[in-house]
Design a protein around this ligand. Structure first.
Ligand code: GP9
Ligand code: MN
Length: 660
């Protein structure tokens, strides 16, 4: 099958091209035809391109390849294979943001141990590196780092795709003679790790069952009360010492978890009254996590593992949420400047290759998705026979870092530029700024990168939804057959559906609607509202089984399963003034837009159709009759309901119209 990176890169380019295909054309009669990519075509397009990428052209790794030593623009010549044959120890640090790295709090160094590692001979510190999680927090960080694919915002990745086949770091390293283990001192059921880790290729999961907890009050905080990092690393080092070599050990810390309350005896930083809030707690919590990490490094030295292991350490995600107004204010006050999303998502990455004298800090942009090819490069793996969407950071190129939470799909960081897509899904309403100064730069030239960032997410979802890795690598299915298999699976929306209008805040109507959808497992429904985003949020809070008090990861799985099933059959309808991107970020992958009452195709609506992939246009019968000339010829299906749906009315039949 040859090495895949080139095709993938080609695919990414083609993908970007796809999105800028003009989707709205004007016919000679003066009527605008809305043409877009139906979901069917969308998927067919992907897979066609995927096939071409395998079929043609001899492979030339020169221009982009990521893991071999053959490309030209490497940051440091000769690093390919610099850690060949060594163990790999990857440490994922809970809530560790880059903001504390190298920083002092009134003279007190917050992360002296990480700073020491970053400055050590053989260390490379990437300071412009980002978290790329979906809705699975820690587990998404783990997923993306190991598989070089984005997780999802639909639900958490470890739940939705536990039955998929993966071919990330653990499997690749096992193919290369390694043993692969994962160690984390918390309950094995949490984030469905016990089922997902074997699927990802880990041979054994050392969970809370395998660690003696010191149960320090407040460690971890919230519902995540567990073992201290001190006790965890101590026992981890013992386990590592016993492993046959070479091994890959994925080590996931826990102590520095929100809300960051440490017992006073473990606080190492004197906090002033101004930061006597979550910021001060965070500083102390990360300081403690850093100290324990330093102890771990010392233990590795004692056990002779420091000198023969490639060590990679990075943060999983932010600890201090800008989306929480009080946290935002406290952080801005401490920093003396507005706390921004790029600052929040910026996590440290340190890569340590033993035996090298070199030491550098790099500022090329990168994200967790880039870890697999970067590590494979240092380990000297010539060919990465898998599908991955990241790039080797040692090429020195700026990655277009795709993000999908807080800043939504289509947002990215590249070099010093941060681009945040507008929540209404319109490019022109978006903004961009310089990460160094925070100054707005205007959005000229951002479209292509925004589309590339969005396609990184769409491609990941496509591969995951269709279990493409299984078909391609486990079943060795010929490409044509993969195409047919996937095409056969794509479910089209039925021609007849139910329509329902519910006002946001109307709990009774929402409850009745949810029950109706649960009872009839074949029913699909169009959902309209005066405030569709908030209505969907209410639905999620009430019925998703996610704990309202216990925080991320605490999920009633039975309730959640029912919710996901119902959600998959709901098609929210957004107006051109609604927040399309925000609705999408709630995990709805079939969304319709409604042109409201206008009988013209407004520029805004055209833009929405161009920038996004709605599965249809929805409108009332009256509207359809008066604007048919606009929609006949549309590739996007048009669905029509009987009249204007008044609140509280029973459901209303919705039908797909013939437009072609
Ligand atoms: C629990 C730990 C925390 O095992 O990974 O998860 P988070 O709440 O950060 O996703
Ligand atoms: Mn976490």
């Amino acid at each position: 099958m040859g090495s895949l990176p080139k095709p993938i890169k080609k695919l990414m380019k083609a993908e970007a091209a796809l999105a800028i295909v003009v989707l709205v054309a004007v016919n000679p009669m003066g009527n605008a035809f809305a043409t877009s990519i139906s979901s069917q075509e969308f998927f067919t397009y992907h897979i066609r391109d995927f096939i071409e990428s395998f079929a043609g052209e001899p492979q030339n790794q020169g221009d982009f390849y990521l893991a071999t030593g053959t490309y030209e623009e490497q940051l440091v010549p000769g690093l390919f294979g610099a850690a060949r044959g060594m163990n790999l120890i990857v440490v994922q640090l809970e809530s560790m943001q880059n903001i504390v790295m190298g920083r002092r709090y009134y003279g007190q160094e917050i992360t002296p141990c990480l700073n020491t590692l970053a400055r050590a001979p053989g260390s490379f510190y990437f300071s412009n590196f980002y978290s790329q999680i979906g809705s699975g927090n820690t587990s998404d960080a783990e997923f993306t780092a190991n598989n070089s694919l984005m997780g999802t915002v639909e639900s958490y990745t470890y739940q939705l795709y536990q039955n998929n086949y993966f071919k990330g770091l653990p499997w690749i390293l096992r193919e290369n003679g390694y043993r692969a283990y994962v160690l984390h001192g918390y309950k094995k059921e949490f984030w469905n790790r016990q089922n997902m880790y074997p699927a990802m290729g880990f041979e054994r999961f050392f969970s809370a069952d395998d660690f003696a907890s010191d149960n320090i009050e407040g460690i971890g905080g919230g519902n995540i009360v567990g073992i201290s990092d001190h006790a965890f690393y101590e026992q981890t080092a013992d386990y590592l010492e016993g492993f046959a070599q070479p091994f890959y050990s994925f080590v996931i810390s826990l102590s520095s978890h929100n809300p960051f309350r440490l017992p006073d005896s473990l606080k190492g930083i004197d906090i002033r009254p101004a930061e006597d809030n979550i910021v001060g707690d965070y500083i102390n919590s990360t300081h403690y996590a850093d100290r324990c990490f330093g102890e771990f490094m010392e233990l590795l030295k004692e056990k002779g593992l420091y000198g023969n292991s490639l060590i990679v350490v990075y943060g999983d995600h932010f600890g201090l949420s800008k989306s929480d107004k009080r946290v935002d204010a406290a952080m801005s006050s401490w920093l003396g400047e507005p706390y921004r999303y790029d600052t929040m998502m910026n996590i440290p990455l340190i890569v340590h290759v033993p035996g090298l004298a070199l030491n550098s800090t790099y500022e090329n942009s990168g994200g967790q998705i880039d870890l697999l090819p970067t590590i494979a490069y240092l380990l000297g793996i010539e060919r990465l026979d898998t599908i991955y969407l990241g790039q080797n950071l040692f090429t020195g190129e700026d990655s277009v870092v795709a993000v999908q939470t807080h800043m939504l799909k289509g947002s990215y960081i590249k070099g010093d530029q941060v681009f945040e897509i507008s929540r209404d899904g319109l490019f022109e309403n978006s903004k961009a700024w310089d990460r160094r100064t925070g100054e707005e730069t205007g959005i000229d030239g951002c479209l292509e990168n925004s589309e590339k960032a969005a396609s990184t997410i769409d491609l990941s979802t496509f591969y995951l939804n269709n279990d493409v890795l299984r078909l391609a690598f486990l079943e060795n299915m010929p490409m044509g057959e993969i195409n047919e298999t996937i095409e056969g699976r794509i479910a089209e929306l039925p021609g007849k559906m139910d329509g329902k209008y519910i006002e946001s805040g109307d709990e009774n109507a929402l409850g009745d609607f949810f029950r109706m959808m649960r009872e009839d497992e074949k029913k699909y429904a169009l959902l309209l509202s005066d405030d569709i985003y908030n209505l969907l949020l209410e639905l999620e809070v009430e019925y998703s089984g996610k704990s309202k008090t216990k925080g991320a990861g605490s999920i009633d799985e039975t309730a959640n399963k029912a919710f996901l099933d119902v959600r998959g059959r709901i098609v929210p309808v957004v107006t051109e003034n609604d927040n399309y991107t925000k609705v999408e970020s709630l995990g709805y992958n079939r969304i319709m837009v409604t042109p409201g009452q206008d009988t013209v195709l407004t520029a805004k609506l055209r833009e929405l159709l161009k920038m996004n992939s709605p599965c249809g246009i929805a409108m009332s019968r009256k509207h359809w009759l008066s604007s048919m000339n606009i929609w006949v010829g549309s590739k996007v299906p048009v669905y029509v309901y009987d009249a204007n749906m008044p609140p509280g009315r029973d459901t209303m039949p919705v039908r797909r119209m013939r437009t072609r």
